[in-house]
Write a protein that binds this ligand. Structure first.
Ligand SMILES: Cc1cc2nc3c(=O)[nH]c(=O)nc-3n(C[C@H](O)[C@H](O)[C@H](O)COP(=O)(O)OP(=O)(O)OC[C@H]3O[C@@H](n4cnc5c(N)ncnc54)[C@H](O)[C@@H]3O)c2cc1C
Length: 405
């Protein structure tokens, strides 16, 4: 097997394979090293949103794996069910990652765990017996390349528990809320997490994620009880669901981009992070496949253009990431408003239903409308929609931030 490459990519998930694919198309000699042999299981609900097709450069009909398009998202929030019209797709990660990696055109070194990373006397990276000028860290949350330098992490990662299990399609069809592929989401009252239940014909994917990883186990118990009591889990799912597995990863934070690149002074080589290794997941929904493929592609383009140092800037300026920055600011602003002493009620405050007479009814009506708006907004975001009225949002955020500083 060839030992010298232009680029070594550590990690063959969506971030690593889309980076490799872009580099190979640009004429680079690329090796991808992954400790797993593919196809491999990756904990993931497998939802993807519309912008991913542009990033991957393929149309949905060209994707050879199982694809579940949906047009309704079933959101349960504060005791009420909302069916929200919006669009998205589900895939199985077992298939998607294998497809992306194999079609990347890179030389694959799978079943190889990267432990030591060194630089030789010529300034080349030396990884698992391979050598290259550029090193890409695409190894997910615990990427060994990310450990080479201190990556800024102002917040804790999100905690997630999940299982995708094969079941009788008739049993899944009998228990699901809507059509095949339509997601059911259970939004937490305080919006600090949500659970999902997704039918994929003969597979069911059930899980939960929380902003605070310490809360994920209790949230899983509640979610399971909710889906079971609602009759939305086939009886055969019960025993396997005792064996959900957990993982954690970082939501996008603007300072993460400070750790995106370590280019050499002469620009001819360096080390870079993409995907979960950098911490790019959507700040509200925690969608991670899109920003992973996007960052992989943008880094690949920067290296091909001879501008690897420009990678963080390319990422920062991309419309998807510009929107993430805005959503991150909204999240920070809302958390500040919820803090005790801020003068604003938290999301867990009274829903107004205790009030008597006209004012009580008005409060209840407003509370219902707010809940409906939140459920709808979340479903839209889940389907990959951008924040509406960005200039107005920016103006409101700037005013709020000025007042607080
Ligand atoms: C339970 C759960 C559900 C999720 N659901 C969704 C969803 O529905 N939609 C969505 O968009 N996002 C979802 N995400 C997030 C999404 O899965 C990640 O953001 C995405 O997988 C990140 O891609 P990546 O390529 O950066 O990393 P990964 O997909 O984690 O790939 C990293 C690769 O690096 C390899 N690797 C790691 N360490 C080493 C080493 N030392 N040596 C060699 N190889 C190594 C691993 O084997 C792995 O193949 C979910 C996450 C979790 C945990």
């Amino acid at each position: 097997m060839e030992r010298s490459y232009d680029v070594i990519v550590v990690g063959g998930g969506p971030a690593g394979s889309s980076c490799a694919r872009t580099l190979v198309r640009g004429g680079a000699k690329v090796a991808v090293v992954d400790r797993a042999t593919f196809p491999r299981v990756k904990l993931c609900a497998g939802w993807i949103s519309a912008p991913i097709w542009d990033v991957l450069g393929i149309a949905p009909r060209e994707y050879p794996g199982g694809l579940w398009p949906w047009n309704t998202c079933h959101v349960h929030y504060r005791g009420r069910a909302h069916a929200v019209g919006c669009t998205g797709w589900f895939i199985r990660r077992f298939e998607l990652d294998d497809f992306l990696l194999r079609s990347s055109g890179a030389t694959l070194h799978t079943g190889v765990v990267v432990k030591a990373i060194e630089r030789d006397a010529d300034g080349l990276w030396s990884v698992a017996g391979l050598r290259a000028r550029h090193l890409v860290g695409a190894g997910g949350t615990h990427c060994p390349v990310a450990r080479l330098w201190e990556t800024p992490r102002p917040r804790r990662p999100v905690g997630v528990q999940e299982l995708e299990l094969p079941l009788d399609p008739a049993a899944i069809a009998a228990a699901r809320v809507g059509k095949d592929g339509e997601p059911e989401l259970l939004l937490h009252d305080d919006l600090r997490g949500y659970a999902w239940n997704v039918p994929k014909t003969d597979w069911l994917n059930v899980g939960v994620g929380t902003l605070d990883p310490g809360e994920v186990r209790a949230a899983w118990t509640r979610a399971r009880t909710h889906f079971r009591d609602a009759g939305h889990l086939p009886p055969d799912a019960e025993a396997p669901l005792d064996h959900v597995k957990g993982h954690s990863y970082y939501l996008y934070d603007p300072v993460h981009l400070d750790g995106a690149a370590r280019p050499d002074a002469d620009g001819r080589g360096g080390a870079y992070l993409v995907g979960d290794a950098l911490g790019l997941a959507q700040p509200l929904t925690a969608e991670g496949i899109l920003p992973s493929t996007l960052s992989g592609r943008l880094l690949g383009e920067a290296i091909v253009a001879g501008d690897p140092a420009g990678y963080p800037e390319r990422l920062r300026d991309h419309p998807v990431i510009v929107d993430y920055r805005r959503i991150h600011r909204v999240r920070v602003a809302v958390s500040a408003l919820r803090r005790p002493g801020s003068g604003a009620g938290g999301a867990n405050g009274s829903n107004g239903s205790n009030g008597a007479g006209h004012r009580g009814r008005l409060r209840e009506g407003a509370s219902r409308l707010t809940a409906r708006a939140i459920a709808t907004g979340f479903a839209w975001m889940f389907s990959g929609a951008r924040l509406p009225a960005p200039r107005l949002v920016d103006l409101a955020l700037s005013t709020h931030e000025r007042r607080r500083s």
